[in-house]
Design a protein around this ligand. Structure first.
Ligand code: CA
Length: 239
């Protein structure tokens, strides 16, 4: 999956339990952008049902919920043998340290206080999934003079640091996993954006252009090959 898993690997499922529709939409958007599969529940009762049905890899659990509070949901998750080790991040609107301590006491693995930065939340989710073994710690991908440190999210070309946007990063990551192979725009969309997200194939061209600009410095050889009517590859033109 983008950012975290090799393409073709199963996408970790995140169950978002949140009764605030606008926040739910925002979370879904951001999680899907990171390549996660998202399930939703709008109250505590539904959360417990969805956990049994969808078998998520991680639960993002709002504290203040109708029907059954987040704390009670967390308590029940820990009580049931099937979900005892299910990673849980509690989302709280409260700033009192006391409540955060309570969340951890009740068995949450981590907590985050509203309002939070999406980037911070994504980092915590990734860290927790790594800790739970859902996602392996990654290594370094390299091809010719390109190197990508997947844990530090750093990319260099001939030792020079490159600055890529998140989509360009995932595109390059995908290419580095399959150097020399030609991918159609549709294949790139599936692998990098995800099957569930509707994006025009032309969008791929835009991001390829940005990726080229970011990695091909002045005088550097273009390492993205355009294959007419087929797609793109990480490759160099035959001399
Ligand atoms: Ca709430």
């Amino acid at each position: 999956m983008p950012d975290m898993l090799p393409p073709g690997a199963a996408r970790p499922t995140i169950l978002v339990v949140e009764d605030e529709a606008s926040l739910l939409t925002l979370l879904r958007y951001n999680l899907e952008k990171q390549g996660f599969h998202v399930e939703e529940a709008a109250d505590g009762q539904e959360a417990l049902l969805r956990i049994a049905e969808a078998k998520p890899d991680l639960v993002l659990l709002d504290w203040m919920l109708p029907a059954l509070s987040g704390l009670e949901v967390c308590r029940q998750i820990r009580r049931r043998p099937a979900t005892r080790d299910l990673p849980v991040i509690m989302v709280t609107a409260r700033t009192e340290d006391q409540d955060s301590v309570r969340a951890l006491d009740i068995g949450a693995d981590d907590y985050i206080t509203k309002p939070f930065a999406m980037e911070g939340l994504m980092a915590r989710i990734r860290a927790l999934l790594r800790r739970s073994g859902t996602v392996a710690a990654k290594g370094t991908l390299a091809w010719r003079d390109l190197a990508m440190d997947q844990d530090a999210h750093r990319v260099t070309r001939a030792g020079r640091a490159l600055h890529l946007g998140p989509t360009e990063y995932r595109l390059l990551e995908f290419f580095l996993q399959h150097p020399g192979r030609v991918f159609s725009r549709e294949q790139l969309l599936d692998a990098v954006w995800g099957r569930d997200i509707h994006v025009e194939p032309r969008t791929v061209d835009v991001h390829i252009r940005r990726l080229r600009k970011a990695i091909n410095g002045p005088g550097a050889m273009d390492v993205i090959r355009t294959v007419r009517s087929a797609g793109y590859a990480l490759d160099v033109e035959a001399a």
